[in-house]
Design a protein around this ligand. Structure first.
Ligand code: ATP
Ligand code: MG
Length: 301
């Protein structure tokens, strides 16, 4: 994993053109000087996006995706395992090029990883050999920020971990590690934050606190967030819009407007609309999951 992340970051750094590097550095200087708010949310659009990993481009994993995500929107993808959620995030982040179709961020075609997008993985994504502050300072330093440590401390403060700046990740709890990962992702002021089951490995209590923290962070720094989870309650709590994905090939089965209606956890359990929507989504996911389990020749593989 460490090697994969390093390769990804090296690739990302190498692909930054001089112009982009200047622009990103300038933006960070503007943020430090208070001339800009921390994030400038971006619009994300996908036009007829398909991805196939087969050499002959057959057997698409996701197919014909058509979607526009508005600046500052919080969008969540739910769907059965293997339906292409991570693939979709990788395509938006420029880590995978679509086999057909186009991805645009603010109308600029995505052809490689860009500092406008950052990703938080489910787990194991910190640089274990670096102190917490150095993990968070990594992005600003790579982009030529004049004070990467100061920038790291600012984001560690936001996630309540500035006292652990000099600790190594191994000494932190799972929830603290994910907060560092979020601070690191935010420290380059991405316009789009991609989150792939970021709380999936946490216990229920920590997960609940992290969800509240994310909502708070979102109020102060407002990037566009594209989130993946298997947890329907988490999706309803956090999202403006939810997309249930279909399987084989992956695509959008249904769009659900949550509109941030269910952000008060203590109230939602008594809310009839919430219960109905939750049940509806679970039924949709189950239908897609059964398709995967019942597909012909599954046992012969
Ligand atoms: N690099 C790759 N090469 C070949 N096949 C891949 C590659 N990455 C993903 N796949 C395949 O694409 C499909 C979708 O994978 P993906 O990881 O996007 O699913 P997912 O929806 O994120 O699943 P999960 O919920 O289990 O994380 C799977 O069948 C997977 O085996
Ligand atoms: Mg996945």
């Amino acid at each position: 994993m460490r090697a994969a992340v390093m390769t990804l970051l090296r690739g990302r750094k190498a692909r930054l053109t001089a112009d982009r590097r200047f622009e990103a550095g300038q933006r960070l200087r503007d943020i430090a000087a208070g001339r800009l708010s921390a994030c400038r949310a971006a619009k994300v659009s996908l036009h007829d996006v398909s991805v196939s990993f087969a050499p002959d481009r057959s057997a698409a994993v996701v197919s014909g995706l058509e979607l526009t995500i508005l600046p500052g929107e919080f969008v969540t993808f739910l769907g059965p395992s293997g339906c292409g959620k991570t693939t979709l995030l990788n395509v938006i982040g420029g880590m995978i090029l679509p086999t057909t179709g186009k991805v645009r961020i603010n109308d600029a075609l995505v052809t490689a990883p860009t500092p406008m997008c950052n990703i938080v993985f489910q787990q194991h994504s910190l640089f274990e050999w670096m102190r917490v502050a150095d993990n968070v300072a990594f992005g600003p330093r790579a982009l030529g920020h004049p004070d990467p440590r100061g920038e790291a401390m600012r984001f560690l403060h936001l996630v309540g971990l500035e006292e652990h700046a000099d600790a190594y990740p191994v000494t932190l709890s799972g929830g603290m590690r994910q907060r560092v990962a979020i601070a690191r992702a935010l420290a380059t002021s991405p316009s789009v934050l991609l989150m792939d089951e970021p709380f999936g490995a946490l216990d229920a209590q920590t997960r609940s606190i992290m969800q509240e923290e994310l909502l708070k962070l979102r109020r102060s720094i407002a990037p566009t967030v594209i989130f993946v989870t298997h947890d329907v309650d988490e999706a309803l709590l956090l999202s403006d819009r939810i997309f249930v994905m279909r399987a084989m090939p992956g695509g959008l089965k249904e769009e659900i407007a949550a509109d941030g209606m269910f952000r008060h956890k203590e109230k939602v359990l008594r809310n009839g609309k919430y219960r109905a929507l939750r049940q509806h989504i679970l039924t949709q996911i189950r239908e897609e999951t059964l398709k995967v389990f019942n597909r012909p020749n599954r046992m012969q593989r």
